[in-house]
Unconditional design. Structure first.
Length: 405
């Protein structure tokens, strides 16, 4: 749109150049160049633009006065005018026209400048009237076009910012997942030590039997091999569960049975629960409504909550998992009998980097990431706690509507 208006001025006034300056807000309003149309002998019109954003600042006092007063000016010898400041191109004479818009139609948002008639004469009052008519007609259209350009630029910037936020959120989730794996390491090591010790002992017994150190029946050998196989499979299940939890997969959404996912997650942290002497109670009805969600992300929610609960129950306790559904919502509670959260900290537990744990035991990101994941699933999460009694996290997710055949 700007190029159309500038081209019309160049042609109507047979000028060498027309250019658009836009006002920039501030304590002292200033101007920047947005677009320019020049007529070059033997070439014709040439259009240049400063881009979607503001161009270089303009210090010309003539244009500045038009911006400030809202009145057009003709200066046919700019070199003799002390207000004039040079542009990046030669200017001998100048017709400066205010561009007005806004709700009242009187707010000046830019200046249309026409420079140097091609016949070498100065601008006349007739040129002023014609230019003012073009500027008046073009004001509203230019203002709308510039607004669209500005909104498009803002939309691109918001999209880029959103992309960066998603990248950073993904990095935070991966970091917290690694932190959670680290916190589970002691329990996993303990859980793997048992089957590996059994495998090692039975293998040694078989080795001794084969070497003739003592008699060993076929039935006994078969029983030892069966035990070795079972314990090896147990170790494989533990490692496979950890590998699946650590693996990165696309964040796809699908129908999920949260009750089953919760039980699968319990198996993943079973070693740590046993290591810390934590008993588990579950009340998960079989007919819970399905939800739509990302399995990996929701599993991370449950793992983090379970690991946090275990850390709050040093020396043992109970982890109680319950669920109930309605046509609209699926509600899960994760409760522990741990030390509890001080009342003054309850309102901050979902803040990023807030933690009451000793240095080195937590990033302070776990609960904030849990909140972000639940929120991204259209859900809600809240927490209640009593010192010395325990803590209860309540999670609600929109239930999938049953399709009536």
């Amino acid at each position: 749109m700007a190029e159309v208006v500038l081209t019309a001025l160049v042609e109507a006034l047979r000028a060498q150049r027309a250019f658009l300056l836009l006002a920039q807000a501030g304590e002292r309003p200033s101007l920047t160049q947005f677009a320019s149309v020049a007529f070059e002998d033997g070439v014709g019109r040439r259009v240049t633009r400063a881009g979607d954003g503001p161009g270089a600042a303009i210090t010309d006092g003539i244009s500045g006065e038009v911006l400030a007063t809202g009145s057009a000016l003709i200066v046919n010898d700019v070199a003799a005018d002390p207000r004039f400041r040079p542009y990046a191109f030669p200017v001998g004479s100048l017709l400066a026209l205010p561009l007005k818009g806004g709700p009242s139609g009187d707010a000046v948002f830019g200046v249309l400048n026409v420079a140097d008639r091609r016949d070498g004469h100065g601008f006349t009052s007739g040129d002023l009237k014609l230019g003012a008519t073009v500027a008046g007609l073009a004001g509203a259209a230019l203002e709308n076009a510039l607004l669209v350009t500005s909104l498009q630029r803002m939309s691109r910037e918001l999209a880029e910012a959103n992309h960066r936020i998603l990248d950073q959120q993904g990095a935070m989730i991966r970091a917290e997942k690694l932190s959670c794996l680290g916190r589970m390491a002691a329990g996993v090591a303990h859980e793997l030590r048992n089957p590996l010790a059994v495998i090692s002992g039975r293998a040694e017994m078989l080795r001794m039997a084969v070497s003739g150190a003592r008699a060993h029946s076929v039935e006994k050998a078969d029983r030892d091999l069966t035990i070795i196989g079972e314990q090896a499979k147990r170790a494989v299940r533990i490692i496979s569960g950890l590998s699946a939890f650590a693996r990165e997969r696309p964040a796809e959404l699908k129908e999920l049975a949260l009750g089953k996912l919760l039980l699968d997650t319990l198996e993943l942290v079973r070693s740590q629960l046993k290591f810390e002497a934590v008993e588990v109670e579950t009340v998960l009805p079989p007919n819970l409504p399905l939800i739509r969600g990302n399995e990996d992300q929701l599993q991370q929610v449950f793992v983090n909550l379970a690991v946090n609960a275990v850390q709050a129950m040093k020396g043992g306790g109970r982890l109680i998992l319950t669920a109930h559904g309605s046509p609209e919502w699926l509600t899960l509670t994760v409760a522990d009998t741990g030390v509890g959260i001080p009342p003054e900290h309850l309102s901050r537990v979902f803040e990023p980097f807030f933690t009451t744990k000793p240095e080195g035991e937590g990033t302070g990101l776990g609960l904030s990431i849990i909140h972000a994941i639940v929120d991204a699933h259209g859900g809600r999460i809240n927490v209640t706690s009593r010192i010395g009694v325990g803590t209860v996290f309540t999670l609600e997710f929109p239930a999938l509507k049953e399709e009536n055949g």
